[in-house]
Design a protein around this ligand. Structure first.
Ligand code: ZN
Length: 433
């Protein structure tokens, strides 16, 4: 039986430090929430912008730094992040590290690569987890430090430890141009933008061993990560009617040997005309709602997810508590509770009833009116219960399970299905023998 890991995201961003070479730069390894749910990601949720995970127009996003990062670097991040607000009606407000609620949390560290949650997918992360990583080693002024090594008569090839030693002895020599590019790119993801190279038909990738080897050696990415980070082709819907923009800050560099037709792209260091136009269309100034608005629901104030073994009814009673807010468009909303093993694999089932995409699950379709607010299981009210009988949970007799709660939306009008609106998991809990 196929095993499906729910926490693929964690794997995606790891492993850069050990494989990074002195001169190589970190490519962005931004994952999307769909990746956490592997059997669903064949839809391809990348492209120009992920309209289902845009913030409300005009939002002031609260941003804080996680522990770490010098004041010098933090100041640079704050400065360059704000470039987007010149063109879009969206603001990054940097707040104190001690702030308890924030939308975006930035980690300046080593070994995690550069990546960010895409738009509102940052809500799927806990407040004590970062939503954006910058690998500050990749911001070092490599030319400067190489000169220092050469001056000591140390011959190449150089390794990361040598770089770290030099940086400690003589800190704060940064590649400002690269740093600015990466900050604008990752904050573009935080606003819901996706990789431009995944524009349908834009790049004719050579999917050969040499390309896979290149990303393994320079980024530590295995085949699966390369397929996702590099080769993924976006959904045409997400292009928002734009044409392919090779100048976009959201574009990866592409070398001729990586493509079948010799196409090349260097890194872009500015927000392109296309980037500016798109962000202004998604977050229009002087307008309440974007013309590109799609149906969305906002899940907030997610409380403790109660999961109780009910001996009389012989099953699990799942009662999540949260507030739901819809926008002006109509979508079909599903509340889904799937079961996973203790080590994070969805439990597969052939049950015709307690089944969501092949996983043991219980779900409910909800009729949500436009511009409405509903509270579930709040203030003593019991108005949402998901129940799954034990005899519908295969192979888990006496074992521990994780309950994975998700909210999906089908945008029937635009034929865009299974859009992940929320995602939360419990800690492992025992099922009775
Ligand atoms: Zn990226």
């Amino acid at each position: 039986m196929k095993k499906v890991l729910i926490f693929g995201m964690i794997l995606l961003v790891a492993g850069i430090e050990s494989n990074a070479q002195f001169f190589q730069r970190g490519s962005c390894s931004t994952p999307v929430g769909q990746l956490m749910l592997k059997e669903k990601d064949s839809l391809g949720s990348r492209g120009v912008s992920d309209n289902y995970h845009l913030w409300d127009n005009g939002t002031t996003l609260l941003v804080k730094f996680m522990p770490g990062g010098s004041k010098i670097l933090r100041d640079k991040v704050m400065l360059y992040a704000k470039e987007w607000s010149k063109f879009g009606n969206i603001t990054f407000k940097f707040v104190a590290d001690t702030t308890s609620f924030t939308h975006v949390r930035v980690k300046l560290g080593k070994g995690y690569g550069h990546n960010s949650a895409v738009g509102t997918e940052s809500k799927f992360r806990r407040q004590n987890e970062q939503t954006m990583n910058f690998d500050t080693l990749y911001w070092a002024d490599a030319d400067y430090y190489v000169e220092k090594l050469k001056a000591k008569n140390i011959k190449p090839p150089y390794n990361l430890n040598q770089l770290i030693t030099e940086m400690r002895a003589d800190p704060n020599h940064w590649n400002e141009k690269e740093l600015r590019r990466v900050v604008m790119h990752e904050f573009g993801h935080a606003l819901g933008l996706l990789h431009e190279q995944s524009y349908p038909g834009a790049i004719k990738w050579k999917k050969t061993d040499s390309v896979y080897n290149y990303y393994w050696q320079t980024q530590g990415w295995d085949k699966e990560k390369v397929d996702f980070n590099v080769f993924e082709v976006s959904n045409q819907f997400y292009t928002n009617g734009t044409t392919y923009d090779p100048k976009s800050i959201m574009h990866y560099a592409v070398a001729a040997w990586q493509t079948t037709d010799g196409y090349t792209m260097k890194d872009n260091y500015e927000l392109s005309a296309g980037d500016r136009t798109l962000i202004a269309a998604l977050y229009p100034k002087g307008k309440k709602v974007s013309d590109l608005e799609v149906p969305k629901v906002d899940i907030s104030n997610f409380g403790k997810m109660n999961v109780v073994n009910d001996a009389n009814r012989r099953g699990l009673v799942i009662t999540p508590s949260f507030d739901l807010k819809s926008n002006s468009k109509i979508g079909e909303v599903y509340f889904v509770a799937r079961l996973a093993t203790e080590d994070g694999y969805y439990i597969q089932t052939t049950s015709p009833y307690y089944n969501w995409g092949g996983s043991a699950a219980v779900y409910q379709k909800i009729n949500v009116l436009p511009n409405s607010k509903v509270s579930y299981n709040k203030a003593g009210k019991k108005n949402l219960e998901l129940f799954i009988p034990y005899n519908q949970i295969p192979d888990t007799y006496g074992k521990k399970v994780i309950v994975v709660f998700a909210v999906y939306l089908d945008d029937v009008k635009n034929k865009q299905m299974d859009k992940l609106m929320y995602f939360s998991t419990t800690t492992p809990m025992s099922l009775p023998r």
